[in-house]
Design a protein. Structure first.
Length: 172
């Protein structure tokens, strides 16, 4: 049961690893910005560029004229900001404050950014498939050397089963 669970989780991790690698290559070839929602009161988007995936969301609490001004002039600077630091970026529900003419800043809403580089997704998803591969190779090498694939006990003199763990010789 534990082995099947490990194999299933390793398979999901391998799928995430391959998807991350494919998106990473795609992002360098053709950067993409996908607007998920866009309205006068707010919006959200996902961008894939320069080796990272970024989610950006904003909500505006302002009159329609100010909202239009903010959506056209200010928000592209925040949502289009290059979140290309070495690690992950998480800016959660930050106030959207702007000072007009050097006066006191006014708050017009809030914004959220979650940005993750693809290399971190690959690094997080690689250990389980690598452990599965190492386990598989170790079992095959043990079997070829006349050892029990499960525990490594010398089974060359044994007839059918390992006297140490009880597994059959041909069982992996």
């Amino acid at each position: 049961m534990r082995r099947r669970l490990f194999n299933a989780i390793a398979l999901l991790s391998l799928a995430l690893l391959l998807a991350s690698a494919a998106l990473w290559l795609y992002a360098w070839r053709s950067p993409t910005l996908k607007k998920l929602s866009d309205s006068p009161a707010g919006g959200s988007s996902v961008s894939i560029d320069a080796g990272r995936v970024t989610y950006f969301h904003y909500v505006l609490d302002a009159d329609p004229v100010t909202s239009q001004l903010l959506r056209g002039a200010v928000l592209p600077g925040i949502g289009g900001r290059p979140w290309r630091n070495a690690g992950c970026a998480l800016e959660w529900r930050r106030p959207l404050s702007i000072a007009f003419g050097g006066g006191k800043p006014s708050t017009f809403g809030e914004w959220t950014v979650i940005s993750v580089p693809f290399w971190s997704l690959i690094a997080l998803s690689a250990p389980l498939p690598l452990a599965w591969l190492a386990r598989r190779l170790r079992s095959r090498l043990r079997g070829a050397a006349g050892l029990c694939p499960g525990c490594g006990y010398d089974v060359r003199a044994s007839a059918d089963r390992c006297p140490e763990c009880g597994k059959r010789k041909d069982e992996g």
